[in-house]
Write a protein that binds this ligand. Structure first.
Ligand code: P6P
Length: 333
């Protein structure tokens, strides 16, 4: 009888084995994912040394969101633009940090197949206090019928070819889906490789835990306030990291629900549809969870009208998302 030997699989090996399942695959997506892996290692090295390099603190400028730009936001954005820019097959790149999409190549400059969107350093305000921060990415096929590069990006999240995040926390975690389930990798600094720690991850169906900025509670629509009352009456705990990547990562592993409801300050919600909500929604749905913008409105079905548009978010374990929807449905407002 053969001995079952647990295999060690790196992110590179995993991506190549998934590519091998598609004989017609050209390897372009593999190249792009490889560029994201290199970017993740470079950004992780910067984040780990931020304080030491005295990089922390604002550069004094604001990004397109009107938020104070941290130096590492700029560095992470540059790393991603430079690693992706030379990869064949990348047509357009869009970033939270750039008002307009960046055209990587036109018809004459080689193959244009994919669009890559990202939030280079989500939750960057956590940097000064060594809190979790992350990179979120979304990959779409270029829509050749689109009149402009920006129009090519404006596809519903259900069209995503791949999505993922890198969490820079006590360890550096790369979580990825190409539509065949969710796989998770942890960077081993000793060998400089991401090693697979979860294959075909499934989100717990339920967990009595919610994640929301309760400081905004009084400006939530009544249904959300009603949900919080219900949850607190039913023994729920609250966890909130202030960085979507850290909160959704915890929920993928432990279960629960993450909420960013509409508020008076952000009536359309705060989180960006294209490079925060959509990739996280693909990951959570691929893991067996649910991701809604509102009751009955799947995030992945939202038809985008702008690359920086925002959306409310209810995302997590299916039973926990259903509990939120029940309270929203029974609320008079
Ligand atoms: P608030 C970080 O700025 C971010 O975009 C998400 O990562 C995070 O979930 C949210 O905003 C936090 O927003 O209003 O609670 O500080």
């Amino acid at each position: 009888m053969t001995t079952a030997i647990p295999e060690i699989v790196t992110l590179q090996g995993h991506i190549l084995s998934q590519q091998a399942r598609y004989p017609e695959a050209s390897g372009t997506l593999t190249w792009i994912l490889s560029a994201l892996s290199i970017s993740a290692k470079m950004i992780a090295a910067q984040v780990r040394r931020a304080r030491l390099n005295d990089v922390l603190g604002a550069v004094g400028s604001d990004n397109v969101q009107g938020e104070q730009q941290q130096k590492l936001d700029v560095i992470a954005n540059e790393i991603l633009l430079r690693t992706l820019g030379k990869r064949h097959g990348v047509a357009v790149v869009a970033s939270e940090e750039n008002e307009e999409p960046v055209i990587i190549r036109n018809e004459r400059e080689g193959e244009r197949k994919y669009c890559v969107l990202f939030d280079p350093l989500d939750g960057s305000s956590n940097l000064d206090v060594a809190g979790g921060v992350g990179t979120i990415f979304s990959i779409l096929r270029e829509d050749r019928r689109a009149a402009t590069p920006e129009a090519s990006l404006l596809q519903p999240g259900a069209q995503q070819v791949a999505a993922g995040y890198i969490l820079y926390g006590p360890s550096t975690v790369f979580t990825l889906t190409i539509g065949l389930g969710v796989d998770m990798f942890v960077l081993d600094p000793a060998i400089g490789a991401f090693v697979r720690v979860e294959e075909g991850l499934r989100i717990p169906a339920a967990s009595k835990s919610y994640s929301v900025n309760e400081g905004n509670r009084l400006s939530f629509p009544a249904g959300y306030q009603q949900y919080l009352d219900w949850a607190q009456r039913n023994g729920y705990s609250s966890r909130y990291a202030g960085a979507m990547v850290a909160d959704v990562h915890r929920i993928l592993l432990k279960g629960g629900v993450f909420l960013y409801p509409p508020t008076k300050k952000a009536p359309a919600g705060k989180l960006r549809l294209m490079y925060e909500a959509n990739p996280m929604a693909m990951l959570v749905e691929q893991a067996g969870g649910q991701a809604l913008a509102a009751p009955g409105q799947r995030i992945l079905d939202v038809a985008p009208t702008g690359i920086h548009q925002r959306t409310p978010v209810i995302i997590g374990s299916p039973d926990e998302v259903a509990a939120v929807v029940r309270q929203l449905g029974s609320s008079p407002a």
